[in-house]
Design a protein around this ligand. Structure first.
Ligand code: ADP
Length: 397
């Protein structure tokens, strides 16, 4: 029976996978795992749906280090645990859909050509999303593949929120406009919000996806109308190693006066900045919270202040908001960050329940006081489930 759904989320050095059972209701997770350090020391881990670790091992050193080897290894392992059951569809996370893709699509040779045209829009991510599609096409020929885009959720934003004040032709002809990312995460939040808070689901919600990569989005009746990320995943909030928004004049200064070239600037903006750059210690929020140094505190304070300012900016786009949702690694687990953000949004009507905020749980939960004008929630995201659902729907249609 071809009743399994495989979800692939591939990056430059890692491939994450989730295997779902295609049950009549929602797809049900069976296994998840990842291959990390693909080109250094490939390390394979896998867990079952209850989070029990089933594998935790380095790949044999004599194997070639590649996405191809890693995907073969993942499939081989899946074969051992699924006892002959077959994969009926493969869903891939793809970072950039450009203006061409505003919904999930079945992979065809034409789609691959179109995806390759988008590489200049996301050179650090898109190639690593495309490679596994090609490899899986060879390893499991005949199994349909579906691409799901991080930009798609934002494609219905009003034009005003998609533009930069550059000559208009650059948007039309070159696609230089604001796309927004983390859309699969926002889509998951939008899919569960109606069961958690009907008023917010029908009204105005600000979602803060705070992880290694961080962004925020404004949802009106569960549709994205504004986001902090733009043309690339660099704009908006500071992140683990990315700057977030900076004056474009800084880039000109780096070129003209510090004589840096494009590669050096790319490295600076994407890999050496953000929490790491400000703290000089780590890109990981937990390390900064544990460290207690002045610069670690500065980095956390900067991060919090930008979350607060972006929340207010998105609130303006929504003309107020009914709910604030925290999600992703920091949003789901960083109680201190949530507390600081909520305290600084008190003037807007956010009243955090400090005891509820401290509770650790993998379930969606409310962390604001009953009389808070704005309801605050922690909702664990599930991008893989969104991809599984979309892939199934795509082949069914
Ligand atoms: P990615 O964008 O790679 O998916 P995640 O969503 O997993 O990232 O988020 C990773 C971030 O979450 C890291 O900065 C990590 O420190 C932070 N994080 C995880 N657990 C906690 C915690 N208990 N307290 C504060 N931050 C946390």
């Amino acid at each position: 029976m071809n009743d399994l759904l495989l979800v692939i989320n591939a990056g430059s050095s890692s491939i994450k996978f989730s295997l779902f059972e295609n049950t009549p209701s929602d797809p049900t997770l069976l296994y998840k795992g990842q291959m990390e350090g693909i080109y250094v020391t490939p390390h394979f881990t896998a867990k079952d749906a209850s989070d029990k670790k089933l594998v935790d091992e380095d790949l044999p050193a004599e194997l070639p280090k590649s996405h191809d080897t890693s995907l073969r290894h993942i499939l081989k392992w899946l074969d051992t645990v699924t006892a002959g059951r077959k994969i009926g569809v493969i869903g891939h996370r793809v970072v950039h859909g450009g203006t061409r893709f505003s919904k999930p699509e079945l992979v065809t040779p034409e789609v691959i050509v179109e995806l390759e045209k988008l590489i200049p829009l996301a050179p650090l991510h898109e190639p690593h999303n495309i490679t596994p599609i090609k490899i899986m096409g060879e390893l499991l020929p005949g199994v349909p593949q579906v691409v799901c885009f991080d930009t798609a959720f934002h494609s219905g934003q009003p034009e005003l929120n998609q533009l930069y004040a550059l000559p208009y032709e650059l948007s039309l002809k070159e696609g230089i406009r604001r796309y927004g990312f983390h859309g699969l995460s926002y889509e998951y939040i939008a899919s569960v919000l109606p069961q958690i808070d009907t008023k917010a689901a029908e009204g105005r919600t600000v979602v803060a996806h705070l992880g290694n990569g961080s962004s925020m989005a404004a949802l009106l009746a569960c549709k994205g109308i504004a986001s902090t990320m733009g043309f690339t995943a660099l704009e908006g909030l500071p992140m683990g190693t990315r700057t977030g928004s900076i004056d474009a004049g800084v880039v000109l200064h780096l070129i003209n006066h510090l004589k840096m070239d494009a590669k050096q600037i790319e490295d600076l903006l994407y890999k050496q900045s953000g929490l790491l750059g400000l703290s000089g210690i780590s890109s990981d929020m937990r390390d900064l919270e544990d460290s207690g140094t002045v610069r670690a505190k500065l980095a956390i304070d900067y991060f919090v202040s930008k979350v607060v300012r972006e929340a207010a900016s998105l609130a303006a786009a929504l003309e107020g908001f009914d709910a604030l949702v925290f999600t992703a690694g920091i949003g789901e687990n960083g109680a201190d960050v949530r507390l600081d953000v909520c305290r600084q949004l008190r003037w807007l009507g956010v009243e955090i329940d400090e005891a509820a905020n401290k509770v650790r749980s993998g379930e969606p939960r409310r962390i604001s006081l009953p009389d808070s004008k704005i309801a605050v929630y922690v909702i664990p995201t599930n991008e893989e489930l969104v991809i599984a659902r979309a892939s199934r729907a795509c082949i069914a249609s």
